[in-house]
Each structure stands twice: as C-alpha cells, then as structure tokens.
Design a protein around this ligand. Structure first.
Ligand SMILES: [Zn+2]
Length: 265
C-alpha cells in the first residue's frame, strides 16, 4: 500500500519559549519545507480531498497532506503567507473555544498565554482556501472525559465553525491524538466524515478515515531531513499493544479527576 505522508505542524514563528521550541518551525524553514514537497513531486491535498480521492480510488501521484493543529495566531502571521504564495492545499484544525484567547492548555510548555487565532483570522484562512476543521472546543483529552461531555467538545465545536464560516466543516483532529471507539462514534454522529489522530508515522489508502495517522514535523526538521523522510517512509510500526494503551488511558483518566489540576483540559 502506497504510504501517504500527512505532516503535522503546530507553530510557524521566528521564536518560541524554550520548552515549546521543538514544536515551532521558523517561517523560512517552513517555506523550504514547501519547496521540498514540491520539488519531490508530491501532490498536497486537504484532508477532505484526500479522503474523497481515496474513496474514489483516484489518488494522484505521490499524495500527501499538510495539517496544522491548535490554531495559534502565528498561523495567520507566518504560515498563511507561505501557504498563499505557494497555493498550497492545507488543513487547519482550530480549538473553537479558544479562538481569540490563549493556549491555556499548555502551562507545562510555558505556553499558557500564547495568542490563538481570531475568528477574522480563521475566516481569512478559509477564504484563502485552507480547509478548516475542528480540534475540539477546549483541547480536552476526549477519551477520558466521559460520553456526556463529548457533544460539548465535538458537536458544539462543529456548530460554531459552521456558523462562523457559513458552510459545512467535514474533518476533526483529536487533541493529543487521543480517541476511543466511543469518541469515534461521537465524531461520526456529529457529522464529520474524517478525523486525524497522530501515530507519528505515514498514513495510507487503507488507513481508518476516522484515525488518519500523521507524522510530526519539528523545529529541528531540516529541509534535508524532511527530504529523507519523504523519500524513505518509516516502516509502519505495529499498533501499540492494547494493554499498554488501556493502561495509559486509565492513568490519564485518574489524572483528569484529580482536584486542582493545572490547565484547561
Ligand atoms: Zn492540539
């Protein structure tokens, strides 16, 4: 099965706090990443275009996708100009309850006061052709909050995006990549027709369209490293053993219920 790289970016900015620097790609480096993608002959698609082409059996040569999670304000200032200049199909997943506010879920990375995009910024990205998707309402770990809270995080986020943009939105990405069968059912029921997880590996045409695997891009991913990565896709790792996944989820579930927890999970 042809590997399909789906790259996951978080921040494009000239500077970041030391704890967050690994997630932050310099704007010039991002422009060089785009050059590498083009030079190698990849065909970037939005996530919805990718799942549509996959379903139709009409994937282009060397399909790939570029995604952004969170919706930080630096997307408007530093990523969007590069995307527009390159006419680059891109998908941006925003935390709808944090639009116009701060990344208050990242206190451990010293990023609890980083500015998030405004609704004007989200609409500008949408108008520029960027596919906008949901990254939940508050960036909570969806698989541990209980089914009763899922509509507020999933359905409400979709409704808000649809109202603000004036058109349907189709795709979601799970905060931290965390999802479960219950979460996937809720995402489908809300009307989304695809969702991105993480996995830190390549996707493929047989990937679950509600758990598309993505590969992190870091501030230290040089153009050469990206080129090597795209030309030599990693072997697909075995899925984490269920017992390990379940154990880690139990630990997060317990942490979620501890009093006085930091952050806005
Ligand atoms: Zn996120």
């Amino acid at each position: 099965m042809t590997p399909i790289p789906i790259l996951l970016y978080h921040s494009v900015a000239p500077e970041a706090t030391p704890a967050y620097a690994r997630w932050c790609v310099d704007p010039e480096l991002f422009a060089r990443h785009v050059e590498v993608v083009r030079t190698l002959g990849f065909t970037p698609l939005t996530i919805s275009a990718l799942v549509d082409a996959t379903a139709a059996g009409e994937l282009p040569e060397r399909p790939m996708a570029i995604t952004f999670d969170d919706g930080r304000a630096d997307f408007t200032e530093h990523a969007l100009p590069v995307i527009e200049a390159a006419a680059l199909p891109t998908t941006l997943y925003v935390v709808t309850g944090r639009i116009g506010a701060t990344s208050s879920w990242l206190p451990m990375a010293g990023e609890d006061d980083a500015a998030m995009m405004s609704w004007d910024g989200v609409r500008a990205a949408d108008a520029a052709g960027v596919e906008i998707g949901s990254h939940s309402t508050t960036h909570v770990e969806l698989d541990v909050i209980g089914a009763a809270r899922l509509p507020a995080e999933i359905d409400e986020s979709r409704r808000r995006l649809t109202a603000e943009l004036g058109h349907d939105v189709r795709s979601m990405s799970y905060p931290h990549g965390y999802h479960s069968a219950t979460v996937v059912r809720a995402v489908r029921a809300a009307g989304f027709d695809s969702a991105c997880a993480v996995g830190d590996t390549w996707s493929s045409a047989d990937d679950d369209r509600f758990a598309l695997r993505r590969k992190f891009v870091f501030g230290g991913t040089t153009p050469h490293a990206l080129r090597e990565l795209l030309l030599s896709p990693p072997d697909r790792p075995a899925r984490p053993r269920r017992v390990l996944r379940t154990g880690w989820r139990c630990a997060r579930w317990a942490r979620h219920r501890m009093p006085n927890r930091q952050g806005a999970r």
